[in-house]
Design a protein around this ligand. Structure first.
Ligand SMILES: CCCCCCC[C@H](O)CC(=O)SCCNC(=O)CCNC(=O)[C@H](O)C(C)(C)COP(=O)([O-])OP(=O)([O-])OC[C@H]1O[C@@H](n2cnc3c(N)ncnc32)[C@H](O)[C@@H]1OP(=O)([O-])[O-]
Length: 719
């Protein structure tokens, strides 16, 4: 709703009230329509100010309404009524003016912003475009290139940048509403014609066609199949080339297509899923709202390899004091130099001072005695990690939280080696840890809710998408990746090439296919794990039996490449060839193709034609099937946890919502049917055996994704 008051005798003050972000729900829109009418019809009112309660102007249209039948007054006529008012209307922008919130402000005649406010048209990130006139007014106000940048990226700008661009008329450090009221008094009675943005032509732009062509090409490349960025360019083009009314018609048409698209649904699901994972819960019943995090002022990182360095930077950038420990002097000096460089570059990008003094370097583990939390990032070796945990338990003050950054080892086993297992959790960062958004917070059966709450809160402070998950081999992300990679190997054995598999996955929207990704991260990583699991054997055996290991189908292809010294980009050879070691441009390698031919001949395999559909079904459905196992095992609390992990850490295209959302979109019955089909063809591949949860969900009528949680619990309790 919107509240109306008269202030300074002749200013009508309209306050949007819809916590937490004053989204433009039906009630708020109705409130605005009513209060604007009231202000305009009151002869004592000379000008109007619109603001939002609780220090936030408006977070835009109410996204929750998008999934339902929308009622209440529509936004566009509401904004037109404001723009065509015969009294000046001033937007007083505090906090955020985003999406429909900024569009509302653009309909006002003047905009005053607080210096800490942020403005933007982020609709593209929800699979939409600014369709309450934003795509038509913003280019008229700030010119086509700047509007294209803001609308196609959805980025938020600071008040200072908004002033520079001409989006706002004034920036204040003081009370924004007071400043806006004062301003509104000063402009009362002035002609409003020049202030009605919709009546302006777009500023002239030379070589308009060339500009749009260039931007469209760039957007298509980076969109990886997302349609909203392209529609945004088309809408701005309409603003630049058509009269306002026709531009609005084009905006409406483009929005209609986007609004009902699966991509918009997926992106809006991601928006809510990212917020939902913060409301974590554990099988023990512990939850986010009943578990109080401990304050963390000082942290330590043990081991300053690639991961430890990134974690140190991520911690220091949040303003924490960090003790960075590396026992070897040479490595410590190298790490110090690298960390300082990363902090300096990060600070330069963000326009702040680097937190160099926030990090103290030490060779001595005793230096961590008074920290609140330690993150261990030493080599992935259980004996070494156990030793470090035992040392930490002896050195640290009581109550210090002990976190491990392991990606593969058993968090419970490590916890059991310490006197206080309740203080142990996993904090699984992804490389580079100061850049990658994902953090898996891994709890064991004995981790205390407070330890989980503390790690989750620290993750949030570092700007990570933090997801609480149970302890199992590979946790959630890597556990699901295993069948995905194995299927890709099997497809090569059966006749596919790395190029074909990667192309199918990249067309689906992954930034890199499985083989290009494997070359980037290093083939030796998986080789080491498989050796540890006792799967790797000398590569001379042939036939089907040589490809059955531990009772299931196994492809030694990755091992054979490693035996050849082909570790990927770092050696200049892997699934592809590179100009030189370390180079990033992958080229098709004739050696690899003849190697695959010889391998198939040795094992009596006949290459067949494999199409993109089979690649997608086998790789993605195997991964999704593991996701159902994970849900059934209670390792992830809900499908949104898995989806956030995959979208933020594994390159799953956001416009497809994450693997579990994708399964829901494709249809659970179809996923089940295809898994059954492939399982019949490949009975020796256990990961193609459909999960019991998937079967149960299909049997119960394939409920929509937000009902799965209910179904999992209900079905469990019936067993
Ligand atoms: C054919 C139809 C024509 C339509 C016309 C088109 C109009 C327009 O162009 C479309 C839009 O405006 S699209 C919209 C464009 N706008 C955007 O994309 C802005 C989206 N919002 C944001 O970016 C951030 O929330 C803020 C920066 C506003 C605040 O950040 P923060 O302080 O870190 O807070 P937080 O943790 O993020 O959120 C707190 C709570 O608020 C909730 N909620 C938030 N916004 C909501 C919304 N619009 N709605 C509903 N709910 C919204 C959020 O879910 C959470 O709920 P929970 O139950 O507690 O989990």
């Amino acid at each position: 709703m919107a509240e109306y008051n008269r202030v300074s005798e002749c200013v009508g003050l309209i306050t949007l009230r819809n916590p937490p972000v004053n989204a433009l729900s039906a009630a708020v829109r109705q409130g605005i329509v009513d209060t604007v009418q009231r202000a305009l019809s009151d002869p004592n009112v000379k000008s109007v100010v619109i603001c939002g309660q609780n220090g936030i102007f408006c977070g835009g249209a109410d996204i929750k309404e998008f999934g339902s039948n929308m009622t209440g007054p529509p936004l566009i006529p509401m904004i037109h009524a404001i723009e065509s008012a015969n009294k000046p209307v001033v937007a007083a922008i505090e906090g955020s003016a985003l999406g429909g919130g900024l569009e509302l402000a653009l309909g006002c005649h003047y905009r005053i912003a607080h210096s800490k406010a942020r403005l933007g048209l982020p609709e593209v990130s929800l699979g939409l475009l600014p369709a309450a006139g934003g795509s038509q007014r913003l280019p008229r106000l700030i010119g086509v290139p700047a509007a294209l940048n803001l609308i196609t990226t959805g980025r938020h700008v600071t008040a200072a940048e908004a002033l520079q661009l001409g989006i706002v008329d004034q920036v204040t450090d003081h009370n924004t509403v007071d400043a806006a009221v004062k301003f509104a008094l000063s402009v009362a009675g002035r002609s409003l014609d020049p202030r009605r943005i919709s009546t302006h032509p777009c500023p002239q732009q030379p070589d308009l066609d060339a500009l749009f062509e260039e931007v469209m090409q760039k957007v298509r490349q980076s969109a990886r199949g997302a349609i909203a960025p392209i529609a945004c360019v088309q809408a701005v083009r309409a603003a630049a080339t058509l009269p306002y009314a026709q531009g609005m018609e084009r905006e409406r048409e483009l929005m209609a297509t986007l609004f009902t698209s699966g991509q918009a649904r997926a992106l809006q699901y991601c928006f809510f899923a990212e917020r939902a994972v913060g409301r974590w819960r554990m099988p023990s019943g512990a939850r986010w709202d009943t578990s109080k995090p401990r304050p963390v002022h000082k942290a330590a990182v043990i081991g300053l390899g690639t991961m430890g360095r990134g974690i140190t930077v991520a911690l220091a950038q949040t303003g924490l004091s960090v003790i960075a420990v590396e026992t070897q002097e040479k490595q410590l000096m190298e790490a110090k130099q690298a960390i300082s460089g990363m902090l300096e570059r990060g600070a330069k990008r963000r326009g702040v001072a680097p937190a160099l003094d926030g990090v103290i370097y030490s060779q001595n583990i005793q230096a961590v005695a008074d920290v609140d939390l330690v993150i261990e990032a030493v080599f992935e070796d259980i004996a070494l990690k156990t030793k470090v945990f035992q040392q930490l338990s002896a050195v640290c003050k009581p109550g210090t939280l002990l976190c491990t950054n392991t990606s593969a080892l058993d968090v419970d086993q490590l916890a059991s080696e310490t006197p206080n297992p309740e203080l142990v959790v996993g904090m699984h960062f992804f490389a580079p840890a100061h850049v990658m958004k994902l953090l898996e917070v891994v709890y064991g059966p004995r981790s205390s809710p407070q330890a989980v709450a503390t790690a989750m809160q620290l993750g949030k402070k570092m700007g990570k998408a933090s997801v609480a998950v149970g302890n199992c081999r590979g946790f959630v992300g890597n556990r699901m990746l295993k069948p995905y990679i194995e299927e890709a190997f099997f497809l090569l054995e059966e006749g596919a090439t790395p190029e074909l598999v990667d192309q199918a996955l990249e067309e689906f929207g992954f930034p890199m296919g499985v083989f290009r990704m494997s070359d980037l991260s290093g083939l030796d990583v998986g080789w080491r794990v498989r050796k540890g699991d006792g799967l790797v054997e000398p590569g001379t055996a042939s036939g089907r039996s040589a490809r059955i290991r531990q009772g299931r189908r196994y492809s030694p292809l990755g091992d054979l490449l490693c035996e050849e010294g082909r570790f990927g980009q770092k050696t200049g050879r892997g699934w592809y060839q590179y100009d030189k070691p370390g180079s990033r441009v992958a080229r098709s390698d004739p050696w690899l193709h003849s190697f695959l031919g010889a391998y198939r001949a040795q094992h009596g395999l006949v290459a067949r034609r494999i199409d993109h559909q089979e690649v997608l079904e086998r790789c993605l459905y195997a991964l999704i099937n593991e996701g159902f196992h994970i849900l059934d095992d209670g390792i992830a609390a809900g499908p949104e946890d898995i989806d956030v992990i995959y979208v933020s850490g594994y390159g799953w295209p956001r416009h497809r919502g994450g693997p579990m959302f994708y399964a829901n979109m494709v249809g659970l019955a179809k996923v089940l049917e295809r898994l059954e089909h492939y399982q019949q063809l490949h009975p020796e591949v256990p990961h193609l055996q459909p999960s019991s949860l998937l079967r149960r969900l299909v049997a119960s009528g394939s409920p929509p994704i937000h009902k799965w949680g209910e179904a999992i619990k209900k079905l469990h309790s019936q067993l």
